[in-house]
Design a protein around this ligand. Structure first.
Ligand code: GLY
Length: 257
């Protein structure tokens, strides 16, 4: 059964056109369309049976819909990160308030910096991208957090032309990674990972969310879609163009717990 049973999400701010954007585009141009895309996303999660809690948005934080970056969850516990971007630190109070009745929460301490977008839970491992947003001190603090629960941490260097690990890879199903080869090398992923390589031009399509045999994908990435359907998965594409313009992907918009 999918691990994706409950989630928090947070609506798109009226100021989303000021979201930090330096990788997939130069920023959102249509906030109303971004809100419609977010609504479709939330409806999709509910369609897959996820119990979704919607947190209040805050126009002081243009990136606040990207809740994933604020916390890493492990077996009923949450580790609050220290956002890798200074303008995003203040987003965390509402995420903390939304989760503290559900999870036992603790906090990273400086000099750690981490965005949850750099973390993929992969079986008994946490894959952690070391990026412009996430440093090795944070990876060590995550290791200290998950080791008592039986998990290990596997660090992956992220090239400077990518924002987060999950901007360029995801695990749509147990044991499986979807990613474009050009961002990684032969040692990037654990030896037991089965990697489906997608073309570089479809990097955005590498971000997916799996619900057993059903996979939520961004619309418009035919090679990534075919790679998944060829393996027998049912894919469910949704329009993400305006979320993408704010450097956000499917996984960025939720925290599963
Ligand atoms: N716009 C998402 C981020 O840069 O963190």
């Amino acid at each position: 059964m999918s691990e994706h049973r409950r989630a928090i999400v947070r609506g798109v701010a009226d100021t989303f056109d000021q979201a930090v954007a330096a990788y997939f585009g130069t920023g959102p141009s249509d906030v109303d369309e971004a809100k419609r895309q977010h609504d479709t996303y939330v409806a999709s999660l509910r369609k897959f049976g996820v119990k979704v809690k919607e947190l209040p948005t805050d126009n002081d934080y243009p990136d606040c819909c990207f809740v994933e970056d604020q916390v890493v969850v492990c077996d009923g516990k949450g580790l609050l990160t220290i956002s890798g971007h200074d303008t995003r630190k203040g987003e965390q109070d509402v995420v903390k308030a939304g989760l503290e009745s559900e999870l036992e929460l603790s906090r990273m301490t400086p000099p750690a910096r981490m965005d949850g977008g750099d973390v993929i839970k992969f079986g008994d491992k946490y894959l952690v991208g070391i990026s412009t947003r996430t440093n090795r001190e944070a990876a060590q603090q995550l290791r200290d957090f998950v080791t008592p629960m039986g998990y290990t941490v596997h660090e992956i260097p992220i090239p400077s032309n990518a924002l987060h690990l999950k901007s360029i890879a995801s695990s749509p199903a147990p044991g499986l990674i979807l990613a474009p080869r050009v961002y990684f090398d032969e040692n990037s992923f654990p030896e037991d990972a089965e990697v489906i390589w997608v073309p570089e031009e479809e990097v955005y399509g590498a971000n997916t969310i799996g619900f057993d045999n059903d996979i939520l994908v961004a619309d418009g990435y035919p090679h990534a879609h075919k790679a998944l359907t060829d393996r027998g998965f049912n894919i469910h594409p949704i329009e993400m163009s305006q979320i993408r313009a704010g450097d956000g992907s499917l996984t960025c918009l939720s925290v599963f717990y």
